[in-house]
Design a protein. Structure first.
Lengths: 87, 306
């Protein structure tokens, strides 16, 4: 199990476009990837799950992964989340 | 740690505040206390962390007390860390209680309900608010009155089969993320996160609104979870349950839920399989187990043949 915490920086939070970017990236990995906020965890490969978390700016989220490429998955997702989705 | 503000209770039950103290306390337990022996002076097992409810009995008892003793008891009572005191039936509490609760910053509230009725409503409400909760990946649908929680890897076809079920007249509760709560006596109830309520995502189509597409009869706000249907890729090397005699289960929030594992292969009508699984669950809960009946019949035939 690999786990890392990230604070969301972009102004509008994780809205539809960032959510679909996360899902696309997470789906490249075989590992089971989850995104957590306030103890609620959702599958990072499912767009409705991520959007229903309702992550706004300055919120801390936890990226977790379990499986063979877990480390790569967490690294890639953390990089994406920290990049502010190019906004 | 779970907690509810006293202010929320005040709003939910339309309580009136009798004293002037700011309402900032939090309630940390779902139990309720009617202080009886405490008012009579026995504080050994007092549970001050609970909401304290005073009804006609308690107030009449206080009225009977000599002034000095009344002040002494109430002073001790209010010296504890109490989240709030509620007086029922719109009764008027003694002035001493108003003053002492004010001094100790304990909100003193009033309701018109009778004590029993208020206690049972408050218990229900607090139990609900304090119920443990977890968000799970999956789809929740109601099929013939049975709450079926469909789980499986992303892309296996959970949403598609749920949509198929909706088309057949069943109801969608939540897609993708299901908030599951455990109520008293181990009942699990699932609902959708507010944001994604009535919405669903289908590969190739994107986000659709099930309610506007299929009508109000196609959705449901809440549903108990009775059965888990796990979808998994068809694996030729794996042995699937062919008889259904062994009951598979899975735990959610420490509640054991019956589970069926359904292997997925292109062309297999999953919605129909799940409909049958739901009906079979209902049959089983009324005491009829097809698999057991069948094997019993087989055994009888074999016995008679010999």
């Amino acid at each position: 199990m690999v786990e890392k915490k990230v604070v969301i920086k972009n102004e509008t939070g994780i809205h539809a476009r960032p959510a679909s970017m996360i899902v696309q990236l997470a789906n490249k990995y075989g590992a089971e990837v989850t995104l957590g906020k306030d103890g609620n965890e959702v599958n990072a490969k499912s767009i409705m799950g991520i959007m229903s978390l309702g992550v706004s700016k300055s919120t801390e989220v936890t990226v977790k992964a379990e499986g063979e490429d877990a480390q790569d998955a967490v690294n890639a997702l953390v990089e994406l989340l920290e990049s502010g989705f190019g906004e | 740690m779970n907690s509810i503000s006293v202010e929320k209770i005040l709003e939910h039950f339309h309580l009136q505040q009798i004293n002037q103290t700011p309402i900032e306390n939090m309630i940390l337990v779902s139990d309720i206390k009617r202080p009886g022996l405490e008012l009579a002076g026995f504080f050994d097992y007092f549970t001050p962390d609970r909401v304290q409810v005073l009804g006609r009995t308690e107030l009449s008892f206080l009225q009977e007390l000599p002034k000095e003793l009344l002040t002494e008891r109430l002073d001790k009572f209010c010296s504890y860390d109490i989240p709030c005191i509620v007086v029922t039936r719109g009764l008027e509490p003694p002035q001493e209680l108003i003053d002492l609760s004010q001094k100790n910053q304990i909100p003193l509230l009033a309701t018109d309900y009778s004590t029993t009725s208020f206690v049972s409503r408050l218990t229900d409400y607090l139990e609900g608010e304090f119920a443990p909760e977890v968000t799970k990946h999956g789809v929740l649908v109601e099929v013939y009155g049975v709450g079926v929680f469909i789980k499986g890897d992303s892309g296996i076809g959970k949403s598609e089969s749920a949509l198929d079920l909706v088309k057949r007249g069943h109801r969608l509760v939540a897609d993708d993320a299901v908030i599951i709560r455990r109520f008293m006596r181990g009942a699990l109830v699932g609902r959708s996160p507010k944001i994604s309520k009535h919405y669903m995502e289908l590969r190739g189509l994107g986000i659709i609104n099930v309610r506007t597409l299929f009508g109000a009869g196609a959705v449901r706000e809440e549903q108990s979870i009775d059965l888990i249907a796990e979808l998994e890729k068809w694996d030729d090397t794996k042995n699937y349950d062919r008889l259904g005699i062994q009951d598979d289960t899975e735990e959610i929030l420490k509640v054991t839920v019956p589970k069926v594992t359904i292997p997925v292969r292109p062309g297999r009508n999953l919605a129909m399989v799940m409909e049958v699984a739901a009906m079979n669950y209902r049959l089983k809960s009324t005491g009829y187990n097809a698999a057991q009946e069948f094997t019993k019949r087989l055994e009888e035939t074999l016995r008679n043949g010999n």
